[in-house]
Write a protein that binds this ligand. Structure first.
Ligand code: URP
Ligand code: ZN
Ligand code: ZN
Length: 471
């Protein structure tokens, strides 16, 4: 069965034009000013996109689904998270594999991939977190890159005693990443400094969620960025800084870029829309908004949006990490250091960027597409199969209704989470129809695809990759 999307305004990172799109099977085969449906096989699905934007499927470069973390596990599974992603216009996710220090990397990869293979409705790939550094682990990392399509590693300069790594390991891993041509993604803070700050605050009775931000202030994050970038400078590794929350951290990354370091910067939607006052809500309500790095002062929003507009920040992800308020967040009721860190956003990201970025005239539509799709595809070797609308690309399309008006609410969420971090905020725009490799999978907030229809994206280094349909 084919697909025809008619009369839409195609908006990519580089183009904005009225045209029709035809897909045969999973792949875009024609993009023309007008394609007559009568020329096409009678079973072609025709989507009328009159008055709508047609975007390439959005890519979330930073997602947690299976996440054993802080004594619990994130509440979504791949079925619920990917349905939520798809109705929100995200057709590809890059999930963090986060094993414990005892686990072998290959074993962890097989666990995460097995779960996603069984349940993921959208397409997916992984960043491999590295927390174990013996010869066996290093050998397995090489194998994951050579044979299993892994093209990015992840390190945490945070979460002391759980996920953090030492400088010797960081340096060695960067050398390996450089040798393998792999991007090193990094959570940049300072695990030791945070641990000490947390001890001081808790010992003095400051145990509520409002003390999460003071335990890891902006300069701690900036220090982590600086540290990572110094090591990248010394080793020649390519680095990608996840969830950058503030101007101080961004400045360090841009300074390193000025010195020739290959550094890409990601922001995530909670840091662009929410501020620290949410985490300061009384009666433990603020726990819903505890994530790391923490929500900052609202003045940072302008800095981050401005950097997205200027393409200094390349990508907007979510850092979707859902922990129920009624149960899991309560683990930290008497001690904020025990509140599972994370805010859910996988379904809301695209509409939030449209509402608070495009409609507020902070960024234009093409920057939205670039930041929410194309740059992630390019940085993580999925382009042009993903991240663009060109002949030969996967037919992942988002027919987007910019005139839709509503509010964000947990009642419409397909995630398992029991709250929405953006509850009651105005929502301008909605994905009307979403296609994944030529099939309609979501309509107006409802998932209409099959269960488990996502594919694993086995990534290769850019020069070796050939787009499907190009021979
Ligand atoms: O608070 C967060 N970000 N939770 C998920 C784990 C991480 O650091 O990405
Ligand atoms: Zn992180
Ligand atoms: Zn994360």
């Amino acid at each position: 069965m084919g697909l025809l999307v008619r009369n839409g305004r195609i908006v990519t990172a580089t183009e904005d034009r009225l045209a029709d799109i035809h897909a045969e099977g999973e792949t875009i085969t024609r993009i023309e000013a007008s394609i007559d449906p009568r020329e096409l096989p009678s079973d072609t699905e025709v989507v009328d996109a009159d008055g709508m934007y047609v975007f390439p499927g959005f890519i979330d470069p930073h997602v947690h689904v299976h996440l054993p973390f802080m004594g619990t596990n994130a509440i979504d599974d791949h079925d619920s998270a990917s349905r939520a992603a798809l109705v929100g216009g995200t057709t590809t996710i890059l999930e963090m594999i986060c094993p414990g220090p005892e686990e072998e990397p290959l074993e962890a990869f097989n666990t995460w991939k097995g779960l996603a293979d069984a349940g993921c409705c959208c397409d997916y790939s992984f960043h491999q977190s590295v927390v174990r550094f013996d010869d066996l682990a290093m050998g397995q990392l090489r194998e994951l890159v050579a044979e299993h399509g892994v093209q990015s590693f992840k390190v945490f300069l945070a979460y002391k005693g759980a996920l953090d790594i030492g400088d010797t390991e960081l340096f060695q891993l960067m050398l390996l990443a450089r040798e393998l041509g792999v991007v090193l993604t990094a959570h940049c803070e300072n695990a030791e400094a945070i641990d000490q700050m947390q001890r001081l605050l808790v010992a003095s009775g400051r145990t509520g969620p409002e003390f999460h931000e003071p335990s890891r202030p902006r300069d701690v994050e900036a220090d982590g960025v600086n540290h990572l970038c110094l090591f990248a400078q010394l080793t020649g590794a390519s680095v990608y800084i996840v969830h950058t929350s503030c101007g101080a951290a961004l400045e360090r990354a841009l300074a390193a870029r000025g010195r020739g370091v290959d550094v890409t910067v990601e922001s995530v939607i909670p840091h662009l829309v929410l501020d620290r006052s949410f985490a300061e809500r009384p009666d433990f309500e603020g726990a819903r908004f505890v994530m790391s790095p923490p929500l900052r002062d609202s003045i940072e929003h302008d800095t981050l949006w401005g950097a997205i507009r200027d393409r200094e920040i390349a990508t907007i992800g979510t850092d979707h990490a859902p922990f129920d308020f009624a149960t899991q967040k309560q683990m930290g009721r008497d001690d904020f250091t025990r509140i599972p860190n994370g805010i859910p956003s996988i379904q809301e990201r695209v509409d939030l960027v449209h509402t608070f970025g495009v409609c507020e005239q902070r960024i234009d539509l093409q920057t939205m597409v670039d930041a929410c799709s194309t740059q992630a595809a390019k940085r993580f070797n999925l382009y042009p199969r993903k991240g663009d609308i060109v002949v030969g690309s996967d037919a992942d399309l988002v027919v987007y209704d910019p005139a839709f008006r509503g509010t964000f609410t947990a009642a419409e969420s397909l995630s398992r989470i029991d709250y929405c971090g953006y509850e009651g905020m105005p929502r301008k725009g909605r994905s009307h129809v979403v296609t994944l490799r030529g099939r309609v999978v979501a309509r107006d907030g409802a998932y209409v695809g099959e269960a488990g229809s996502g594919n694993y994206l086995h990534r290769k280094t850019a020069p070796e990759w050939t787009p499907s349909g190009s021979g």
